[in-house]
Design a protein around this ligand. Sequence first.
Ligand code: DC
Length: 202
Amino acid sequence: MAFTIAIDGPAAAGKGTISKAVAAHFGFAHLDTGLLYRAVGAKVLAGADPVEAARALRAEDLEADNLRTPDVAQAASKVAVIADVRAALVDFQRAFARRDGGAVLDGRDIGTVICPDAEAKLFVTASVEARADRRYRELLGNGHDVTLEDVAADVRARDERDQSRAAAPLKPAEDAVLIDTSDLTIEQAVARAIAVVDAVRG
Ligand code: DC
């Protein structure tokens, strides 16, 4: 049985945490599609051509341990503007989405472009301040030497690039359910997401 849950939203809105918890709750597989763009971005920082890197991407590239750095995040957002990079990553994502046993995919364009027929669609968002604050704490916790101002500027720059690009810009699908996590605990946000999926599954 295939059942796709599409979870989109801007950087640091809580998509990743919610997606993992939702996947665990339903026993579904989970794909963080941002990792695909991060893996391509990391290869470009190392000198590769973005389109060639995207076409040659392998599953093990998603395991590289430098993919969570701010530099790679910016590089990911830049390669994600390139239509041929996005096109090279479509088949892998669609195959993952329709695998047997159900799948949760989180990203920017899952409900709009990759899986427009997903059974459940969520758009997870939060204020820029809440997102910058969370990302700042996360990076500090991982030992990165960053300031809140720099992290907020990074989040804004990525929002701007992700929303204004011509190819698959970040925006909620018309039939997505919006969850604003600015004032929610993780538990509350996860409970809402599960309730949305339960309502569809009946
Ligand atoms: O979700 P993330 O922060 O790991 O994503 C990194 C970048 O990759 C993000 O700024 C935009 C891009 N991205 C995308 O364009 N489409 C997706 N489905 C996922 C990520």
